[in-house]
Design a protein around this ligand. Structure first.
Ligand code: HEM
Length: 371
């Protein structure tokens, strides 16, 4: 009763005070006293740290690539070829950047599903969740903008399709709102067709805008995690715990070591783009026809194949509902049991795996030919 009568400004102030309690903002509370629960889902507590590790790899390798990469239509492709063929360690750094990007997105997706299933978003961790959702959008935006930078056939043509899909959302919006997707497309495209202005803007977004936003969102995310400690994760009322420092930190760092070994060896042995047929990797030719096999990166398949198979409005409506429900999960699922959340998470994960691995085959079976 008292809560409902409380003025909104006071409620907001109380919400913020409880999420950032001044008395807990010290190393004693955030590190020394912190405990990590031990139970059958404990492995999931390593997923956030692993995502953080791959993000750090992205920053270091991205900075090294910046020394040689040229963000111009005339030189981008050649500069990437120079990195791969003539710079010592260049091919390894480039492959590391590409493999680690995929590993980061995969880890973020697993982290999203596991924290959802463990109801780690419940009060007082709403801001951990919302900042996490913002990080998820940011890592996908990193993938989308980074894809264009080598300026090859697949990159430019896939970006054109992506930007057209953004603009097409306008047809389902009422009144003045219908123009917003067009403004978004014009703003990031920069000129009537994908060209130099687009490359300059994607480059600026990829290396300045997204990293700055990520630092902000990650700051809130990690601060919240350290202030509120790890969620209990399972329904059991009493769970065993271990000290965050040094035990969990040592195990976390060991996981980082294994991850680095794996990604470093993979990047040494397998060029990331070895899976694409050669014409797609040729420099983009604005006068040529669109080659076959244009596709986004695998982590966009979960929207790409539905877009190819279902009416556009259905995919937009479905994505809006699912995306909105995910962002607002701490409030929408406040009373939902962990068991139900686990069922939802498993269903979501199954959908993601099936459409990513078999989307192509499903398309062929239903429509014949390739998308
Ligand atoms: C670049 C992306 C991300 C990084 C680097 C990151 C990092 C972390 C780290 C280091 C932790 C503590 C260890 C753990 O519980 O795993 C954590 C916890 C958490 N993260 Fe993330 N995260 C990211 C994205 C996300 C996403 C996409 C979500 C979900 C929308 C999310 C939701 C959470 C929640 C709810 C917790 C608290 C877990 C608990 O208390 O049990 N994070 N994150």
């Amino acid at each position: 009763m008292g809560t409902t009568l409380e003025p909104r400004s006071k409620r907001v102030a109380r919400f913020v005070r409880e999420r950032f309690p001044i008395e807990k903002l010290d190393a004693q509370s955030m590190i020394v006293k912190k405990e990590v629960p031990l139970h059958k889902m404990s492995w999931a507590y390593y997923m956030g740290g692993l995502a953080l590790f791959f993000l750090l790899v992205q920053i270091v390798t991205g900075l090294l690539l910046l020394f040689y990469y040229q963000p111009t239509v005339s030189d981008a492709h050649a500069s990437v070829a120079t990195i791969s063929e003539h710079i010592s360690g260049g091919a390894w750094i480039r492959n590391l950047h590409a493999w680690s990007a995929s590993a980061m997105i995969l880890t973020v997706i697993v982290h999203l599903f596991t924290t959802f299933a463990m109801k780690a978003f419940a009060a007082p961790r709403e801001l951990t969740w919302v900042s996490g959702m913002s990080l998820a959008l940011l890592v996908f935006a990193f993938g989308f903008t980074g894809y264009l930078l080598p300026w090859n056939q697949i990159a430019v043509n896939a970006t054109k399709v992506g930007l057209q899909s953004v603009e097409a959302i306008g047809q389902y919006l009422p009144g003045e709102l219908a123009r917003w997707p067009i403004y978004v497309r014009e703003t990031i495209q920069g000129e009537p067709s994908v060209g130099q202005a687009t490359l300059s803007r994607f480059f600026a977004i990829h290396v300045i805008v997204l990293p700055l936003l990520t630092v902000g969102a990650l700051g809130v995310h990690l601060l919240q995690v350290q202030i509120h400690g790890m969620s209990r994760g399972v329904d059991a009322l009493k769970v065993k715990t271990e000290k965050f420092f040094p035990f969990f930190v040592i195990k976390d760092l060991s996981v980082w070591g294994v991850a680095f070994f794996v990604v470093a060896v993979v990047a040494m042995c397998l060029p990331f783009d070895a899976f694409l047929p050669y014409p797609l990797l040729e420099p983009y030719n604005p006068l040529g026809s669109t080659p076959d096999g244009i596709k986004p990166e695998w982590y966009f398949f979960f929207v790409y194949y539905p877009l190819e198979l279902l009416p556009y409005w259905a995919v937009i409506a479905g994505s809006t509902v699912v995306g909105g429900a995910l962002f607002l999960a701490p409030w929408i699922f406040a009373r939902t049991t962990r068991r139900t959340l686990t069922v939802l998470a498993v269903a979501g994960a199954l959908y993601f795996v099936v459409i990513t691995l078999f989307g192509h085959a499903i398309y062929e079976a239903l429509k014949g030919g390739t998308p």
